[in-house]
Ligand binder design. Sequence first.
Ligand code: NAD
Length: 419
Amino acid sequence: MTTHDEPNPYESALTQLHAAAEILHLDSGVLGGLRKPHREFTVNFPVEMDDGSVRTFTGYRVQHNDARGPYKGGIRYSAHVSLDEVRALAMWMTWKCAIVNLPYGGAKGGVIVDPAELSDCELENLSRRFISELEPIIGPDRDIPAPDMGTNSRVMAWMMDTYSMAHGHTVRAVVTGKPVQIGGSEGRFEATGRGVLFATEEIAKRRGDSLDELRVAVQGFGQVGSVAARLLHESGARVVTVSDAAGGYYNGNGLDIPALIARADERGMIQGDPPGADRISNAEVIEIDCDYLIPAAIENVILESNADRIEAGVIVEAANGPTTPAAEAILLDRGRTIVPDVLANAGGVSVSYMEWVQDLQSFFWEEDEVNQRLARIMRKAFAQVWDSAEARGLSLRDAANVLGVERVVSATELRGIFP
Ligand code: NAD
């Protein structure tokens, strides 16, 4: 969400890039090439609504950098999508893929729409039309979309089908995050949340914290937040708070996470009035008394204005861009640890990569194999970022971005500038 009073996510992303560039003593010409996305595609397209009227929607696909491989990144449906938000998300994808060492560049897409306002038929029509608008710039070896906030495996199925119809044959590898029946990967739905669990385990290990003694708060109860909450609950942590867009639920003794999941709809909204849970606001969720805070919803929830009041000692960023640079400076001053989004939520794109590989080979893996590979990717990247932060006296975000930017710059230098 970007309003006049709210920090612009693209400016936050640029501030973070500049911090990494300074540490790396990057040449200004090289930095100039990383500041701006390679390509920005805006489409305004009509969709016929159920009542016969026609509405025009605006959508974006921003391709930030493909030095390391095809562009990769999710598609978001939200009323708050803006070009600057998509630019920021695309840049973060570039660093994220490089940090976990996937052969991908970074991209992101979005449509300005509240999906809750659309019927199933309208949602399908919008998804099919949007992906056909993107057809000239996407493809299995060009740019591979995936789900993000407001989209899911059902939307990915429509998108894969639409692209396939245009090409006259089934092209499974054009999007990831599909249902397993049509070329999705086992473990993809849980992948981002499972990666958040691995990142949480890694930081806990290094701080000497034991998961079963931790009180955890999770903001957002969708594809990422609900899975992270469930896996942390199953690992023995006390999940004291969860929330959706309407507000939070609190129980100091730990919430019954499976019962809350049973009440959540496809859009991550908890229905009814769950017993044993007090209602709190989303602002209170961020400031709740807990050990680890896991923002798993939207950008700009940890701000200069509330950073002083955050109780959690560790913040594991499951969402993209939840913490502004100004808030981060305050939190680091207060001795808090932030496991940055580009590392903490990289589990999703890691299993998307595995889905793409399986689709290209038409050879599918068991869930165990996917989860083991995911654990290896996440734990290795975490160790590299942690060791670099320790050795160079950097925050985890700076260390992660330095690793990502360095890998992208190295690929650019090896390839050279065309012509
Ligand atoms: P989702 O649409 O499945 O769920 C979003 C959740 O956030 C819902 O519970 C919704 O009610 C809640 N929410 C929405 N607006 C809110 C608000 N203003 N305050 C509090 N809660 C609010 O989305 P998701 O896929 O779980 O994505 C969540 C975050 O994780 C996003 O930042 C996304 O970019 C990031 N992410 C997602 C993936 C993925 O694989 N889906 C991968 C990496 C990162």
